[in-house]
Design a protein around this ligand. Structure first.
Ligand SMILES: C[S@@+](CC[C@H](N)C(=O)[O-])C[C@H]1O[C@@H](n2cnc3c(N)ncnc32)[C@H](O)[C@@H]1O
Length: 229
């Protein structure tokens, strides 16, 4: 998903100045590589399947996956300097993506949450998740705010396509807008304000089902980086 309206520092400064906080028009909010590394440390992510991040931004998910030996590629609406970038592509558009139909594929991403071209787009992260689940043959992992789990509108998503599990990041990531990171300098990744989780689907496995036949998703807690596991 994406993120905070801004980092703590710039947001509070702008609030103090009485100015309205403006979201990035395409929800380009950047998580650090550790956020994906913690997913890899905690969840059973396939390492031998090609991974696409269809909204890769500057490519931190691709970098983290490649750092662990996973063949990862990125696409995005815009070329934001990501490594292994396959091209600019609207993931929600009608055109097929380059890796679609090309063999085993997983998708791991931090999707835009609510903005497209400066306009509010309701249900955006769900549309990303559903599209990813159409395209991927293996796993789909999306980084989302914890509140995303509770919603009348998403009941159908969770009951029809029950995730394999939910991994809560006990350490809050900070997600500054990508176009302000340089200006923010060492304050860019000040302490985060929103709780995030990774939601993982695995298309090859049936969902967990309880004694009454109800599907469910187990919850795991990813410890903060300073706690040894
Ligand atoms: C939360 S940011 C991802 C940050 C990324 N992980 C990084 O390292 O910079 C979401 C990204 O989704 C992209 N995006 C928004 N709408 C899109 C669309 N319809 N198709 C593809 N990418 C899109 C934005 O350009 C933005 O880079």
């Amino acid at each position: 998903m994406s993120g905070e309206l801004s980092t703590g520092v710039s947001q509070s400064r702008r609030r103090r100045a009485g100015k309205k906080v403006k979201r990035h028009p395409w929800d380009w909010y950047v998580e650090q590589e550790w956020v994906t590394e913690r997913l890899l440390d905690s969840a059973p992510i396939d390492h031998d399947v090609t991974v696409l991040d269809p909204c890769c931004g500057q490519g931190n998910i691709v970098r983290a996956l490649r750092g662990r030996g996973i063949a990862a590629f990125g696409m995005d609406m815009f070329d934001r300097g990501a490594p292994h970038f396959l091209g600019a592509h609207d993931f929600l558009g009608n055109q097929r993506c380059l890796l679609e139909g090309g063999g085993d594929l997983s998708i791991i991403c931090n999707p835009p949450f609510s903005y497209q071209n400066g306009q509010m787009a309701f249900g955006l992260a769900e549309r990303f998740a559903r599209r990813a689940l159409e395209i991927a043959t293996h796993q789909v992992a999306t980084l989302l705010p914890l509140k995303w789990l509770a919603s009348q509108g998403r009941y159908r998503l969770f009951s029809e396509l029950t995730p394999a599990g939910v991994w809560i990041l006990c350490e809050r990531p900070s997600m500054p807008p990508g176009d302000q990171i340089e200006a923010l300098g060492d304050k860019a990744y000040a302490r985060g304000k929103i709780d995030y989780m990774w939601v993982l689907w695995d298309k090859r496995r049936r969902p967990h089902v309880d004694d009454r036949g109800q599907p469910f998703a187990p919850i795991y807690w990813i410890p903060p980086r300073d706690i040894e596991t």
